[in-house]
Write a protein that binds this ligand. Structure first.
Ligand code: ATP
Length: 354
């Protein structure tokens, strides 16, 4: 009787394990299928369009989409950066995309396009802009993203895209936390891990709910799990780069943490790290804020548009920013720790140095 029971127990365990393994395999196959591509060749211009299979793309006919993409003109431009121009592609009243055009010809730009595909091809996270597909032609490449209706954080902070006063402390806190979660996902959950290398307010886009989405992976570096750094040529944006990067040329996750610290200061003070006033005075946003915090005068430097906000929350946010901006990289928290500390702010817990 005893033996029969033991046997029945083992058989049950085996059956459950079998069913669970089948479910896991099915989920993996489904996820891979979802990311499968629909490829559309364009005989006329010699280009190739690849659309990732996702719900947003399913209702679209690739040839209609391709025709609309090829018709983009100056009137559709919504932004431009050092590497390319961004257009709004309207499919119909309810569906629109952002299309970034990168002219080919320089190895730098081609490499940026490849990096973006490598890094973003498989990512799906609520705080990272989704890449829906791409188009590659002999003279240029296009990247097709979901459209972020509220534009970039720097435009909002500088009052270029919507009323700055709308961006009060609860919104800024939400943006800081969302950005931190997005970077934390890249650093800790993606395999291989991803170092963004160009975290700055113009690369943080805002969706219809003012939720932050990290974008622009043109400089991103994929890092094998056992590595701590990747050697690169100095690239990134002045004002956001960690000091050690100039000496070592090494891209590390702690470099992204530093850049995030600068963005957090921008959110708190409303000042641009590249503000000419700092250059004229021979200082930097980071140095200026450090002196202010040392004198316990945070309240005098916060952006007046933050509205009425709890002082302890603001002081804690300043402390987190300064931890991220530690000159010694090993003293900076990881992005997982940053997320935790930011979450503690709303739980009224005192943020402690890590
Ligand atoms: N998915 C998107 N939805 C809405 N607007 C976007 C999107 N992607 C980019 N933009 C707009 O286009 C602008 C330019 O973006 P882009 O990534 O080319 O350059 P950048 O980050 O501003 O500068 P650089 O690439 O030189 O560092 C952004 O600041 C933003 O306003």
């Amino acid at each position: 009787m005893g033996k029969t029971l033991v046997l029945a127990f083992y058989i049950t365990i085996c059956c459950i394990a079998f069913v669970i393994s089948k479910i896991v395999i099915s989920v993996l196959i489904y996820r891979r299928w979802k990311r499968k591509k629909v490829v559309f060749e364009d005989g006329f211009s010699g280009g190739k369009m690849v659309l990732f299979r996702a719900s947003a793309m399913q209702s679209l006919k690739s040839d209609t989409f391709l025709k609309k993409t090829l018709k983009l003109s100056n009137k559709d431009i919504i932004g431009s950066g050092g590497y390319g121009t961004v257009y709004k592609l309207t499919v119909n009243e309810s569906i629109a995309f952002a299309v970034k055009r990168l002219n080919r010809g320089s190895a730098d730009r081609d490499r940026g396009f490849e990096r973006e595909l490598e890094a973003m091809g498989d990512i799906k996270h609520r705080n990272i802009v989704t890449l829906h597909g791409y188009y590659t032609a002999p003279n240029y490449n296009l990247l097709i993203y979901e459209l972020m209706p509220n534009g970039s954080l720097d435009a909002v902070l500088q009052g270029r895209s919507m009323e700055k006063k709308l961006l009060d402390w609860p919104f800024r806190y939400k943006i800081a936390l969302g950005t931190a979660r997005g970077i934390s996902y890249l650093h800790h959950d993606c395999i291989p891990h991803i170092i963004h290398r160009d975290i700055k307010s113009s690369n943080i886009l805002l969706d219809q709910n003012m939720e932050a989405r990290v974008s622009d992976f043109g400089l991103a570096t994929l890092m094998e799990p056992d590595k701590t750094h990747v050697s690169t040529l100095v690239a990134g944006t002045f004002g956001y780069l960690a000091p050690e990067y100039f000496d070592t040329g090494r891209a590390t996750a702690k470099g992204d943490v530093y850049s995030f610290g600068v963005v957090l200061l921008e959110l708190l003070t409303g000042k641009k790290p590249t503000d000419e006033a700092f250059i004229e005075e021979g200082t930097k946003l980071v140095t200026w804020v450090k002196a202010v915090v040392q004198d316990k005068k945070e309240v005098y430097v916060i952006d007046s548009n933050l509205g009425c906000c709890p002082t302890d929350e603001i002081n804690n946010a300043f402390s987190i920013a300064l931890m991220c901006l530690e000159p010694e990289p090993s003293m900076r928290p990881t992005m997982v720790e940053v997320v935790k500390m930011l979450e503690q702010i709303k739980n009224n817990e005192v943020v402690k140095e890590t």
